[in-house]
Design a protein. Structure first.
Length: 290
């Protein structure tokens, strides 16, 4: 699948070089415009034309059963569907899925499994913003997730990731009101995506990883959103040991990252950051120490 909207979905060299895993499902290549022009009146009473993001409802249908409706810009809806199912633990093996077909005229993503019974497995409530997730539910999701191995990360890599993401926020610069998420191998960008939800971003990255056999070991997950327990669990579930955010963390995000052996970095911008967990794994040059 090629990016549907290059301005909202960017593939770095590593992402472009990735190939689909054997037996990967057939995906549609649905496209959706990310922005719409509207009129707004400023404090001087002057009418101005502005761009705003277009959030669209996308209902995920699995073997004919309605699972959830997500609001999304639609940069990579097929990856979003696969990543959502992966992060909700409804699928482990991608070969369970035969196809994902997105129809924007109906606002539906149809997922067809090879056995035809995947829809019946969606019994547990989903994680995400506004879905009533309690910390007890998060802890249940913690069970069975193996600790990740977070290696030493050079401080220069942290700053390189932040610098790279300043060049990959086209939708935010044009209209605001979106989150950015990205997957890095060291300081090399693999995939960056913008959407109305930080959870959508992580799910799309997970979908990309599963489709292309990308292992989370040694990867960095960047997000503009807060590092909550749900976000930490999604990263860990995909084997990603390091998270960097322009935002902060929550108590559950901090606690879970510590238990999972992750490195958690927040408030990262303009040459500054706070490391909440794993500070001993950040290698600072002598010139960086003041």
């Amino acid at each position: 699948m090629e990016p549907n909207d290059p301005s909202a979905l960017v593939l770095g060299p590593g992402g472009r070089a990735s190939t689909r895993v054997p037996g990967a499902p057939r995906l549609s290549a649905a496209s959706a415009a990310p922005l719409r022009e509207i009129a707004a009146v400023d404090e001087q009473g002057v009418t101005r034309m502005l761009q705003v993001p277009i959030e669209r409802p996308l209902t995920l249908m699995v073997d004919g059963r309605e699972i959830v409706t997500l609001m999304t810009l639609g940069a990579a809806p097929e990856w979003l569907a696969l990543g959502y199912l992966r992060n909700q633990r409804l699928i482990e093996d991608l070969t369970d899925i035969r196809s994902v077909e997105v129809d924007w005229t109906l606002g539906v993503a149809r997922v067809i499994s090879r056995q035809g019974d995947l829809g019946g497995r969606a019994a547990s409530p989903p994680l995400g913003c506004g879905l009533g997730t309690a910390f007890g539910d998060v802890l249940q999701r913690f069970d069975g997730i193996a600790p990740v191995t977070a290696a030493t990360i050079p401080q220069a890599t942290i700053f390189a990731v932040l610098d790279s993401m300043r060049r990959h926020d086209a939708i935010h610069r044009a209209a605001g009101s979106v989150h950015s998420c990205a997957l890095f191998q060291g300081d090399a960008l693999m995939v960056a995506v913008e959407d109305v939800s930080r959870h959508n971003g992580v799910d799309m990255l997970a979908g990309f990883m599963r489709m292309h056999g990308v292992n989370g070991a040694g990867k960095i997950l960047f997000s503009t959103g807060r590092l909550t327990g749900e976000m930490v669990l999604k990263a860990a579930h995909n084997g990603i040991p390091v998270m960097i955010s322009r935002n902060g963390t929550t108590a559950s995000g901090h606690e879970l990252a510590g238990k999972l052996g992750m490195t958690l970095i927040g408030r990262a911008a303009s040459g500054r950051y706070l490391c909440y967990v794993g500070a001993e794994r950040i290698a600072r040059d002598a010139a960086d120490i003041t």
